[in-house]
Ligand binder design. Sequence first.
Ligand SMILES: N[C@@H](CCC(=O)N[C@@H](CS)C(=O)NCC(=O)O)C(=O)O
Length: 209
Amino acid sequence: MITLYSFPSSRSLRAAWTLEELGLDYVCRHVDLKTGEGQGESYLSLHPDGKVPALVDGDLTLFESAAICRYLAERYGEPGSLLPASVEERALVDQWLFFIIGELEQALWTQGKHKFALPQAQRVPAVLPTAAWEFQWALKALERRFDGEGWLVSDHFTLADLVLAHTLSWAVTFKNRLPESLQAYRERCEARPALARAVARESAAAEPA
Ligand SMILES: N[C@@H](CCC(=O)N[C@@H](CS)C(=O)NCC(=O)O)C(=O)O
């Protein structure tokens, strides 16, 4: 059995979206970050930092959203679907995943941390313009390699597109400017029915029993 530990509008959506793209059966278990459940002893035994997502599949427990998506696609995906069939194209998917997490997301997360995620006393609003500048810098690097037409790797939607679309949606939520081409690409990815199902699963899990 697969269990995803999630919280709506967080990075766990990447994992839920991947599970839905793959058509897998899974339990979606809400972790109430707002009441501090993440820092409870029980959840810390799954995720050492008390964050979401975490995934349990049989004897395997995994944390880190990109690693979870990568595992699910490799373990359960048809070769040539979320992960391309060739080693070279899979390496390109990994290249984009590391770039998205290490470059694009970091600048965004600095914004998120200093706008709402850190305890009030630790927030430094003065860093926000620098983080916005850093995000635009990383976006330019993306645009040099990808104009928003087609897909990041290969001729179809892959895991690289899923994680990029999710990250670009955060960019918009945090009020960063996206070029029209990437905005259209993001909307194309977000129109996938699997994403709507994933959002619904995470919301339903958060409903009181
Ligand atoms: N690099 C991690 C980051 C995970 C992370 O920071 N998750 C946030 C939600 S998006 C979280 O659980 N924060 C804990 C909290 O807010 O208490 C990943 O991609 O999974």
